[in-house]
Design a binder for this molecule. Structure first.
Ligand code: NAP
Length: 249
């Protein structure tokens, strides 16, 4: 058990929500970031409070540096930062080839998935690194199996953004390994969340389930369990690596 603070970007729904609940159950004080869905974030906070946990909801579009600074300021008031989960992420419309993609779409995917994660990690390292007087900590980055598969004819821009997250995880992990900070990535496979609806294809995960060696989609809880394990001392020698949680996909 820990009473440190964890910041979870995109903690209002899906994998982020499941991670917020799992982290609270392990004693973390949870900062639930959300982009626009305040009601969903407030519900996560209420659910944690109902189990005697501690949580706050903070609006943070990770494409906005000012929002990120506000998120970390709110977390500073809440306690000592022990973990960051770079979870907030988006896909563009599914089924768009690269030769059809707008610059605006590509910029937005990169701004949220890549720049946002790097800026959040920057703020976390400033607080956690023993070099800066911190007590160490853990950063978990949400990648995707798309980083390995490339997502052709689906959303190559998204896959490329997650490829960047993999490189970032390895590089940052090495940079801060001797400063008390572990950095790890998770590559979820096809997980049953609302992200597929956001891409215009609500039942995408179920449609492709037959391609998963386990022949089923994964749940947000199955990803959250891996994330909180990486955050725990049980993973004390794990850094600069990326874990596939994908039913074999
Ligand atoms: P989801 O159900 O669509 O939830 C997305 C979450 O991210 C929401 O909390 C949303 O906040 C937040 N968000 C959206 N745009 C944001 C922004 N600009 N700044 C900050 N937060 C933002 O997604 P999910 O499936 O749980 O995905 C979570 C992570 O796992 C993502 O990084 C995704 O790429 C990755 N992943 C998912 C799958 C999958 O199959 N589901 C597979 C591989 C990887 P609001 O509620 O306020 O909108």
């Amino acid at each position: 058990m820990t009473d440190k603070v964890v910041i979870i970007t995109g903690g209002s729904r899906g994998i982020g929500r499941a991670t917020a609940l799992a982290a609270a159950a392990r004693g973390y004080r949870v900062v639930v970031g959300y982009a626009s869905n305040k009601k969903a974030a407030d519900e996560v906070v209420a659910q944690i409070a109902a189990s005697n946990g501690k949580a706050i909801a903070v609006k943070c579009d990770v494409a906005e540096e000012g929002d990120i600074l506000d998120l970390f300021k709110a977390a500073d008031k809440f306690g000592t930062l022990g973990a960051l989960v770079n979870n907030g992420g988006i896909v563009g419309t599914s089924g768009v080839r690269v030769d059809e993609m707008s610059a605006e779409r590509i910029r937005r995917v990169m701004a949220v998935n890549v720049t946002g994660s790097i800026l959040c990690a920057r703020e976390a390292v400033k607080r956690m690194s023993t070099k800066h007087g911190g007590q160490g900590g853990v950063i978990v980055n949400l990648s995707s199996v798309a980083a390995r598969l490339g997502a052709p004819n689906t959303y190559v821009d998204y896959a490329a953004s997650k490829g960047a997250i993999d490189s970032f995880t390895v590089g940052l992990g090495h940079e801060v390994a001797a400063e008390g900070i572990r950095v790890a990535g998770i590559r979820p496979g096809l997980i049953d969340t609302e992200i597929h609806a956001a891409g215009g294809e609500p039942d995408r995960a179920h449609r492709l389930a037959h391609m998963v060696p386990m022949k089923r989609v994964g749940t947000a809880d199955e990803i959250a369990n891996a994330i909180v394990w990486l955050m725990s001392d049980e993973a004390s020698y794990v850094t600069s690596t990326i874990l596939d949680v994908s039913g074999g996909r």
